[in-house]
Design a protein around this ligand. Structure first.
Ligand code: GSH
Length: 218
């Protein structure tokens, strides 16, 4: 399989970790989002939305949207399962994942930040305030949900990682890349610490990808 991604991309991070957890071999081709390579005609031909990730399987048209790719991998490679077996549990895991992928991450992606800067003329401190606000609101919503529910154990849902952990992990990595203080979400950080103990998560994190800086620069 061929994954088009970028070291810093949180959506790519989700797919990378799912592939690692499932033990599926893949190669990654970087699309430099800072240089704007996602807008090149050659990449748009693969992904008309001009975003990463895209996953090419069997030389077919690329799969797109990280959660659709996770669902595909879950169906194609059922073990280890990344969703619970019971419908309620599956709904809870997908709900936790969606707090991140539907209501948090889309507000801070490069094209939104670029519009804040070039479209609305917001200066850097205001743009950072925007990012911090939405990032923390999302993580705090996950925190409250995890704290409330008895299904939260070692991971977001029980004792094995699920889609919810993958999404939580990616968003915490993003918050750390921006240098945000995360003491207000201790349960999220406890789950993050459990995730990173697993090689599949550790190997998939942004700072371990080719092209990433040796350490976080703010
Ligand atoms: N909902 C999409 C998000 C895709 C997305 O926005 N990816 C970002 C990187 S994490 C991107 O390629 N952004 C390019 C841009 O905003 O110009 C998914 O989960 O795959």
């Amino acid at each position: 399989m061929l994954l088009y991604g970028y070291w810093r991309s949180l959506a790519t991070c989700r797919v990378r970790i799912a592939l690692n957890l499932k033990g599926v071999a893949f190669e990654e081709t970087p699309i430099d989002l800072i240089k704007g390579e996602q807008h090149a005609a050659s990449y748009r031909a693969l992904n008309p939305q001009a975003v990463v990730p895209s996953l090419v399987v069997d030389d077919d048209a690329p799969l797109f949207q990280s959660m659709a790719i996770l669902e595909y991998l879950e169906e194609k490679y059922p073990q280890p399962a990344l969703l619970p077996v019971d419908p309620r549990g599956r709904a809870r895991v997908r709900g936790l994942a969606q707090i991140i992928v539907s209501d948090t991450h889309p507000l801070i992606v490069p094209r939104v930040r670029e519009y804040l800067e070039k479209g609305l003329g917001l200066d850097e401190p205001k743009r950072m305030a925007w990012i911090r606000n939405w990032m923390m609101k999302g993580l705090e919503a996950v925190e409250a949900q995890l704290l409330r529910d008895t299904e939260t154990v070692r991971f977001c849902h029980g004792t094995a990682p699920t889609f919810a952990d993958i999404c939580l992990f990616s968003q915490v990595c993003g918050a750390q890349l921006f240098g945000f203080e995360l003491s207000s979400v201790p349960t999220v950080m406890r789950v993050f610490a459990e995730c990173i103990k697993l090689e599949a998560f550790d190997r998939g994190q942004p700072l371990k990808q080719p092209g990433a800086p040796a350490k976080i620069q703010h």
